[in-house]
Design a protein around this ligand. Structure first.
Ligand code: NAD
Length: 465
C-alpha cells in the first residue's frame, strides 16, 4: 500500500514539475495553436495524460478559471465575433457567452453512481474518452467553444477544434483565452487547441486521425453525416427548423412577446430560435397585432414580403447565405425600407408552401401561417420540423393540446409558453448547451456526454446495511 501511494505521489510530483516548466516557457510559443493537425493532436494527447493524473479539485479550479476568463474577455470576444463573421448581434453574443460560461455544467456532472444490493456494491464512473475532435459552426463561434471546452475538460478530455474558417480569428482568440486560463490555474498547455488555418481539409484530417477518440459535430447536415460516417464514436448536433405553434387557448399577448424575443435573439441564428409561426385562425389577427405592439416586429405587406423573399431565397429555392444573421434593418434596407433601430424582426403572413416556412432561414424574417384548428397546426408543425428532432415551441393553456404536439413532434427541446431560449436555460430551468445532439440522441450535451462508462463490481463486500 505504502509503495503504491509513493508511486502515485512521484508521478504527480513529476507532472507538476513539468507544468511549472511549461508556465515558465510563457504563452508565446505555447498557445494551443499549431501549424498542423498532427502537432495539435500529439500535444493534446500529452496534455490529456497530465489532466487525468491531477486531482478533481484541480480540474474544478481549471474550469472555474475558464469561466472567469470568458467573463473577463466577453466584450472583446463578442465584438470580434460580430465583426469577423458579420452574423448576429453584439449584445446577444454577450448574453450567449455569459450563459455558456455560467450554465454549462462542470466536474459535478460526472459524479459517479453506486448500486448497493444483496450481492455487494457496484461503482459506475464516467471516465474520460481521451482526445476529442470538435467541429464548430460559424453561427455561434464563441458559445460552442465555451460550452464544448468546459464540458469536455470537465470530463477529463483534451479537445482539438476545427473551427469554421469564416470564424478563424475569433476562434484563435478564444483558444488563447481558454488556454491561458487553464495554464494560469496550473493545468496543462494544449488541453484546447486548433490549427492556425482551419479548412475542410483539416476537418477531414481530424475526422480520420487515429489518435482522436471521439468526434463532435455542431453544424448542418453534411458535417453531422461526415462524423457519423467516420467509424468512430461520434456525436451529431445538427440543423433545426423550430416551429412555434399558437392555439386559441393561449395567452396571446404573452405568446406574441415570447415569439418576438425568441425569434430575434442574435438575429435568429441560434439553432433553437423560432423559425416559423403556426397559429390557429381564430387568434391569428390578435397575435399579429400584439407582435406589432411589442415595438420590435415590423409587419411586411404582401408586396414587401414578396420582395424580401426574392432577396433572401435564390431562384433554385436555397437560402441566400449573404443575409444570414444580419440585422433586420440591413435586410429591409435592400428593398427600400428604412427601419429604426428598435426593430428586431420582420413578420409576414405566408401560405404553408412558402419557401421561408421550410428553410432554416437564420435571419430575422418570420413567416406566419394560419391553420383552421390545433389538429391541423400539430400536423403542419410536425411536417415543418422535418424530423430534425431539434426544437419546437407551443403557446397554449390546454394541457391535452400541448401533450399531443410534444408527443407528435418528438423534438429534443419542447418549450411551453415561453421564448425558445428558455429551452437552453436562458430564463428556463436546466443547464445550457450549444451542442444539442438531436440526430444521435444525447440531447443537451454536458460533461457526462463526453465520457465512457466504467463499472467496478465488489462482490459481497462494502455493503453497510
Ligand atoms: P456548417 O455545417 O456549414 O459548418 C459547421 C462546421 O463543420 C464548420 O467547422 C465547417 O467547416 C465544418 N464542415 C462543414 N461541412 C463539412 C464536411 N462535409 N466535412 C467536414 N467538416 C465540415 O454549419 P454552419 O453554417 O457553420 O452553422 C449553421 C448550422 O449549424 C445550422 O444548420 C444550425 O442549425 C446548426 N447548429 C446546430 C446546433 C445544435 O446544437 N444542434 C448548434 C449550432 C448550430
Amino acid at each position: 500500500m505504502a509503495a503504491n501511494s509513493e508511486l502515485i505521489a512521484d508521478v504527480v510530483q513529476k507532472v507538476l514539475e513539468e507544468l511549472v516548466q511549461e508556465k515558465d516557457r510563457g504563452t508565446d510559443e505555447f498557445t494551443g495553436i499549431y501549424d498542423t493537425v498532427d502537432e495539435a493532436v500529439n500535444n493534446a494527447v500529452e496534455a490529456q495524460k497530465r489532466l487525468v493524473v491531477m486531482t478533481l479539485e484541480r480540474r474544478g479550479e481549471i474550469i472555474a478559471s475558464i469561466r472567469q476568463a470568458i467573463l473577463d474577455n466577453n466584450e472583446s470576444l463578442s465584438e470580434l465575433a460580430t465583426q469577423e463573421t458579420k452574423i448576429g448581434r453584439y449584445e446577444d453574443k454577450i448574453i450567449e457567452n455569459i450563459l455558456c460560461a455560467t450554465k454549462t455544467p462542470g466536474v459535478e456532472d460526472i459524479r459517479p453512481e453506486v448500486i448497493s444490493g444483496d450481492h455487494g456494491l457496484t461503482l459506475l464512473e464516467y471516465a474520460h474518452v481521451g482526445v476529442i475532435g470538435a467541429l464548430t459552426p460559424i453561427t455561434n463561434p464563441t458559445g460552442t467553444f465555451i460550452h464544448n471546452s468546459i464540458s469536455m475538460i470537465s470530463a477529463g478530455n483534451a479537445v482539438v477544434f476545427n473551427p469554421h474558417p469564416t470564424a478563424r480569428e475569433t476562434s484563435l482568440k478564444i483558444i488563447q483565452v481558454i488556454h491561458q486560463a487553464i495554464v494560469d490555474a496550473g493545468g496543462p498547455a494544449s488541453l484546447v487547441s486548433c490549427v492556425r488555418e482551419p479548412t475542410l481539409e483539416t476537418a477531414g484530417q481530424i475526422i480520420k486521425h487515429p489518435k482522436i477518440n471521439m468526434l463532435v459535430a455542431t453544424g448542418g447536415r453534411p458535417v453531422v453525416k461526415a462524423v457519423l460516417s467516420s467509424g468512430k464514436k461520434a456525436i451529431g448536433a445538427g440543423a433545426g427548423n423550430p416551429p412555434a405553434l399558437v392555439d386559441e387557448t393561449a395567452h396571446i399577448r404573452k405568446a406574441a412577446d415570447s415569439i418576438v424575443n425568441g425569434a430575434s435573439i442574435n438575429n435568429n441564428v441560434f439553432c433553437t430560435c423560432e423559425k416559423e409561426v403556426i397559429v390557429v385562425d381564430e387568434v391569428a389577427d390578435a397575435l399579429i397585432k400584439f407582435m406589432q405592439e411589442t415595438g420590435k416586429a415590423y409587419l411586411l405587406t404582401p408586396e414587401e414580403a414578396e420582395k424580401v423573399t426574392q432577396l433572401v431565397v435564390t431562384p433554385d429555392g436555397k437560402l441566400n447565405t449573404k443575409y444570414v444573421g444580419k440585422d433586420v434593418q440591413v435586410i429591409l434596407n435592400e428593398i427600400g425600407i428604412n427601419l429604426t433601430e428598435e426593430y428586431r424582426l420582420a413578420i409576414f403572413e405566408a401560405s404553408e408552401n412558402h419557401p421561408l416556412f421550410w428553410l432554416e432561414q437564420m435571419m430575422p424574417i418570420m413567416p406566419i401561417v394560419r391553420v383552421k384548428n390545433v389538429q391541423e397546426g400539430i400536423r403542419l408543425g410536425v411536417e415543418v420540423e422535418q424530423g430534425n428532432r431539434h426544437t419546437a415551441i407551443m403557446h397554449s393553456t390546454n394541457v391535452d393540446n400541448m401533450t399531443a404536439f410534444a408527443r407528435a413532434v418528438q423534438t429534443t427541446i419542447f418549450v411551453k409558453n415561453g421564448p425558445s431560449y428558455a429551452g437552453i436555460g436562458l430564463g428556463g430551468e436546466g443547464h445550457t448547451a450549444f451542442t444539442i445532439a438531436g440526430p444521435t440522441g444525447e440531447g443537451l450535451t454536458s460533461a457526462r456526454t463526453f465520457t465512457r462508462q466504467r463499472r467496478c463490481t465488489l462482490v459481497e463486500s462494502f455493503r453497510i446495511i
